[in-house]
Every structure is written in structure tokens, then in C-alpha cells.
Design a protein around this ligand. Sequence first.
Ligand SMILES: Nc1nc2c(ncn2[C@@H]2O[C@H](COP(=O)(O)OP(=O)(O)O)[C@@H](O)[C@H]2O)c(=O)[nH]1
Ligand SMILES: [Mg+2]
Ligand SMILES: [Zn+2]
Length: 328
Amino acid sequence: MTSSPETDRTSDIPPIDLVAGTVIRSTGSWCDVRTDEETIPARVRGRFQLGEHGATSPVAVGDRVMVKRNADATGIITHIDDRKNQLGRRGAGRRVGREHILVANIDCVWIVQSIRLPRPNAGFVDRVLVTAEASEIPAGIVLNKSDLIRGKHTGTIAELRNNYAHIGYPVLTVSAKTGEGMDTLREHLAGKTSVFTGPSGVGKSSLINVLEPNLEIRTSHVSTKTRRGRHTTACATLFSLTSGGCIVDTPGVREFGVLYIDPWELSHYFIEFKSYIEGCRFPTCTHDHEPDCAVKQGVKEGGISEQRYQSYMNILDAIRLGDKDVGR
Ligand SMILES: Nc1nc2c(ncn2[C@@H]2O[C@H](COP(=O)(O)OP(=O)(O)O)[C@@H](O)[C@H]2O)c(=O)[nH]1
Ligand SMILES: [Mg+2]
Ligand SMILES: [Zn+2]
């Protein structure tokens, strides 16, 4: 970087114990920050704990932060840069209704599903897709364990592939076991920051191990870290790829709860519904019981798949039910 003598003011240079980095793991109160030279375990200062909108994980993997070093090699996060984007879902259990930010500043979200153990779940795929669309993050589907494809699966797989590829989402069929499709996946990930999300057991960590064999990520939940307050199994982690770019591995989620979206707005995030919406009689049509609904007509005529419409209705119902306890 060059700068003219006029703009080169020493007062702009941060003190030597303040460094910039990227959060590569986060538990909420502690995180690992990767700088140009090292990885610093850093504490999240109190005032960042709540985050905006009462978020449950104020500092997210992918956040660019400033860290003030302590004498003992740990650090304190003093600043979080504004995010380009963030992928969040509704918290479950104790955190129900609150936003749980999975990852920040990403270029692409890949929804990982497997042929078997567990079976593909289109409802899950659609909930993540809606979230990605609402967050303006490009998305795609990775269908893993292609080595397990048997004759009886071909119908389901073709349907899944057609449904999503047809409306513009890339669908990659791969196998971490045999290596099938891995070159194509590698090409899609090169030079970008991407995230793998999906239920437990679909092979997210296995795929990353194939992409970067030197990482040797645990594919089971065995923690070698013993530091208190660190929940390794519940942690998203960002890894650098030698081909350029980064991939974020996330813990499996059984349900990917969609954050609050106005009911009339939901259909805008089902990308293939968009061209039909204008034809509805009411501009705020929720494509539920309203008369003269072009979306429902589209389903009848086959332009919109029954499965996607069913997912839409399920999410709509969940939003309406959760209306009262979900913050905007
Ligand atoms: N047959 C087969 N098994 C796989 C494949 N990828 C992963 N697995 C297995 O699926 C299980 C879950 O893998 P893991 O990477 O831990 O899944 P994650 O929970 O999504 O990270 C492990 O037993 C893996 O060996 C694959 O391509 N084919
Ligand atoms: Mg895993
Ligand atoms: Zn309608």
C-alpha cells in the first residue's frame, strides 16, 4: 500500500498491542482470532455480549475484529467491523425465538445433504434457502454420499436435482468417500468464503477433510481441548483452503428455524415464485387462502413444484405461530 506523505499521519497507526484479525471460532464469550501472524484466543468484552436485536452470538465466525493483546498471550476484542452480511437462524431450546448468528461475511452458503443416513430433507433445504435469499447470500446444494446411491434412490435424487437446479441453485453430487464430484466442489469454493450447513452426519467435516487432508477435522464429537467454557462440539470453525478462500464447518442442526419475515414478504425469497407474484389480485397476497392467486395457479399448472409450495406454507405457518416471540 502506498500513501502520500500528507496522508501518512502517525496518529492513525494503532498501538502495537492492537491487531486486526478474523474470528475463526466463537463460543460467545471466547473466540479464536486469526491475524497475519498467529491465532489469539480472545475474550469478548461485555458490551459486545448482547449484540444487535438480542442476538445469542454477538461475535460470529467470519467477523473482522480488533484485538487488544494481554500479557498472557490472550486478547480482548475491542471492535467488530460492520458485517457485509450474516447468516442467522432462530435459536432452539432455551434460546428459542432469538437470533443465532452462524457466520458473518460469507460469499456462499452450501446446504449439505446426504443420499442416506440421513436422507435428504427438502424442508430443511428450503428453510436455509429462504434465509440465504433474505440475507442476499448466494446458495447451493451439496448432495454427499453419492457412493450410496442405489436404484431405488434415483427418483428422489432426480426430483431434488431438478427442483433446485431448475430454479437456479447449483446442485453438486459428491462423495467424500470415493472423491466423486470433489473437483467441481473445489472449483466452486476457490477464492471465496463459504459455509457448509446441514444436519449432523451428512458429511460436512468429511468433505472438508477431503478438500484439505492436512486438517484432520474430527468427524465425531471428541474434544481434545479442555479449556473451560469452550464447547468444541457446538462451534463453527473457519478453515483456510490452499486453493484460496475459506470454508466454515458448522455443527449439525436438526432444525433450521427461519427468522421473522413478514408473511406477505416470505414468497419474495422463494425465487421461482417471483415471476408469479405480480399476477396475484392482492399485492400483499400470502398465497394461502386469497382468491385469484397466481402462485397457487402456478402450482396447479406445474410451474412451481408442489414440494416448494408445501415448504412455503410450512414456513408461513411457523412465522405466524412464532409471530409473538420473534423479534424483528
Ligand atoms: N458412505 C459414505 N459415508 C460418508 C461420506 N461422507 C461422510 N460419511 C460418513 O458419514 C458420517 C458423518 O460424517 P461427518 O463428516 O462427521 O458428518 P457431519 O456431521 O456433517 O460433519 C461419518 O461416519 C462419515 O464417515 C460419503 O461420501 N460416503
Ligand atoms: Mg461435523
Ligand atoms: Zn398469491
